[in-house]
Design a protein around this ligand. Structure first.
Ligand code: SF4
Length: 82
């Protein structure tokens, strides 16, 4: 697991244990979802509050990818131009 308790870097207080071996970011299952580590306002100025310690799915997520474009649409933002 990537939490600090599990030997990783992600602060425990920002996560919720899902199984013995997995956790998710707190707030990521809310409707609408909002990671507890996110600061600022989407579409204006937002940033990851734990950027250097973020979990691997966040490190692997590519800005401008299809998943990124879909996420933007879900949050009412225009797609990034190529
Ligand atoms: S990059 Fe940061 S704010 Fe975004 S989901 Fe990951 S931990 Fe949360």
């Amino acid at each position: 697991m990537e939490t600090q308790t599990g030997g990783g870097t992600v602060p425990d207080g920002l996560t919720v244990e899902v199984t013995q071996h997995t956790a998710r970011m707190r707030g990521s299952d809310h409707s609408p979802p909002r990671c507890a580590a996110l600061t600022g306002r989407l579409g204006e100025r937002a940033a990851c509050g734990i950027y250097d310690w973020r979990p691997s799915p966040c490190r692997e997520f590519e800005a401008g990818s299809e998943a990124c474009q879909r996420a933007r649409v879900r949050h009412g933002l225009l797609p990034l131009m190529p």
